[in-house]
Design a protein around this ligand. Structure first.
Ligand SMILES: Cc1cc2nc3c(=O)[nH]c(=O)nc-3n(C[C@H](O)[C@H](O)[C@H](O)COP(=O)(O)OP(=O)(O)OC[C@H]3O[C@@H](n4cnc5c(N)ncnc54)[C@H](O)[C@@H]3O)c2cc1C
Length: 432
């Protein structure tokens, strides 16, 4: 028995009929409906007293044809489906659906790397492929291409993350921009390929994003308007030189100065990767427990925070970026960037000063598409059994807006007894 409510328009008989038909497609071992087997799909991380985010079931297909068949059955019984790739959407709901009565369409078994083109720097993936799997494939086959990962890379999926319009931290970090071609099962079960994938015999499906006529791929991101069963992505060639930096700012109030200094570097592409500007509290939460800094129950005050940050080689804001290129290009750009960031009041640091500092190491790994799960430490900030929910506002990269956002967010979270724990991703012209 599963406590989750059915979709409002569905009868128990319809639900039972749909589940029986799903079993006929994928076998009984890959359809889940009872409370215990559905529980892993309901880890939403936020209080859910009415079980609104507990799915009524889950089904795990292995082939595109099975996905099509499942979608047709869902239509017949009007059973809503909630597709996930690897379902590691941590802080935004994991696999838990947004509305009641959904069956999770779990695509983790569809995990083949269908193609990697080392010359074009492209790949074609199924949804269940993880970043770790793709990285291992490139290393094992000695292909000098990088991947670009979100901070939870090892366990997450390039397809799922891109459909969520996620970000990573190499110059290919805006994932949807570097996506090229999709195969989608539409709501009536038909199969569609976007871009050049719609042209018979085309060899450019993963090379040219736009195809002919209206561009459709965006329809299937952050939407659930179709089930994406294949996706093309571009991969960055490993550059001859990679040099990571950290800029340390001493005061909470430095926010506008940092943004005003970074924006022109990003807009001009002198700094080509998405930067992370991390508050001291966020950074400390990765590797420390809150009660190492202030006693349980006490407010996380600025003096204690500053002291703990300093003791760990951190500032109140820590901004990470990297240079990519040849010896000559990096040497030419570095002085320009150093001058701008030093003028903003920041200390510009590299591995020469930071050595094996764990925070620097974490970000230096990310910015070359490396994999680790250091940030999951956030969940243990207040001890075992913690959770996490993101609030992810989007803003233009302007100092005044960032300052207002920081003050507003701090006021709200502190009012409700939380710590202001912020990470600004500085995109090409945005903060998100
Ligand atoms: C500490 C921490 C740090 C994080 N850092 C980052 C970060 O740096 N960058 C970032 O982007 N995210 C980050 N996240 C958020 C999240 O964990 C990642 O975005 C993760 O990649 C999403 O999970 P997934 O790849 O398994 O996608 P899924 O959970 O499989 O998919 C995400 C959503 O996309 C849709 N979807 C998925 N697959 C399909 C499909 N085949 N067809 C149609 N729709 C589909 C669904 O709506 C689904 O809910 C972080 C989370 C935590 C806890």
């Amino acid at each position: 028995q599963n406590p989750a409510p059915l979709a409002p328009h569905m009868s128990k008989a319809d639900f039972a009929g749909a589940m029986k038909a799903f079993r006929g497609v994928v076998g009984a071992d890959w359809v889940f409906g009872d409370e215990e087997s559905v529980a892993p799909y309901a880890k939403v991380y936020v209080p859910d007293p009415l079980n609104r985010h507990v799915p009524v079931g889950a089904v795990c297909p292995e082939t595109v044809e099975q996905v099509q068949e499942i979608v047709r059955i869902a239509n017949q019984y009007k059973q809503p489906l909630w597709p996930v790739s690897t379902g590691k959407n941590m802080g935004y709901g994991m696999t838990a659906p947004a509305t009641p009565g959904q069956v999770v369409l779990d695509l983790k078994r569809m995990n083949r790397i269908l193609e990697v083109d080392a010359d074009l720097g492209t790949c074609l993936l199924e949804p269940g492929v993880t970043y770790q799997q793709l990285k291992d494939y490139l290393v094992e086959n000695n292909i000098p291409l990088w991947i670009d990962v979100p901070t939870v890379g090892p366990i997450a999926s390039p397809v799922g993350n891109t459909l969520d319009r996620g970000v990573g931290y190499t110059p290919y970090g805006e994932h949807f921009m570097f996506q090229c071609g999709m195969e989608v099962v539409l709501p009536d079960g038909q199969l569609m390929r976007t871009g050049m994938g719609s042209i018979k015999g085309s060899t450019a499906w993963q090379a040219f994003k736009w195809g002919y006529g209206p561009y459709l791929d965006g329809l299937f991101t952050q939407s659930n308007f179709g089930v994406v069963t294949k996706m093309g992505l571009w991969l960055m060639p490993k550059p001859p030189v990679y040099k990571p930096f950290m800029v340390r700012h001493a005061e909470m109030g430095d926010v506008p100065r940092i943004i005003e200094a970074m924006r022109p570097l990003r807009v001009s592409n002198l700094v080509a990767n998405c930067n992370l500007m991390m508050s001291a509290s966020y950074q400390l939460a990765m590797f420390k427990r809150r009660n190492e800094i202030v006693p349980d129950g006490a407010m996380l005050d600025e003096v204690s925070l500053k002291k703990a940050a300093k003791a760990n080689g951190l500032g109140m804001w820590n901004t990470y970026f990297a240079l990519y290129g040849t010896e000559q290009t990096v040497a030419a750009v570095e002085p320009i960037i150093r001058a701008t960031l030093t003028a903003s009041g920041g200390e510009v640091l590299t591995s020469a000063e930071m050595g094996d500092n764990p925070w620097f190491h974490h970000h230096a790994t990310l910015m070359e598409g490396g994999l680790n799960l250091d940030e999951i430490g956030l969940l243990r900030w207040r001890g075992a059994g913690g959770g996490l929910a993101w609030f992810a506002p989007v803003a233009a990269a302007r100092g005044v807006e960032a300052e207002r956002q920081t003050l507003l967010a701090k006021e709200i979270v502190e009012k409700w007894g939380f710590d202001y724990t912020a990470a600004y991703a500085i995109g090409w012209r945005d903060l998100h």
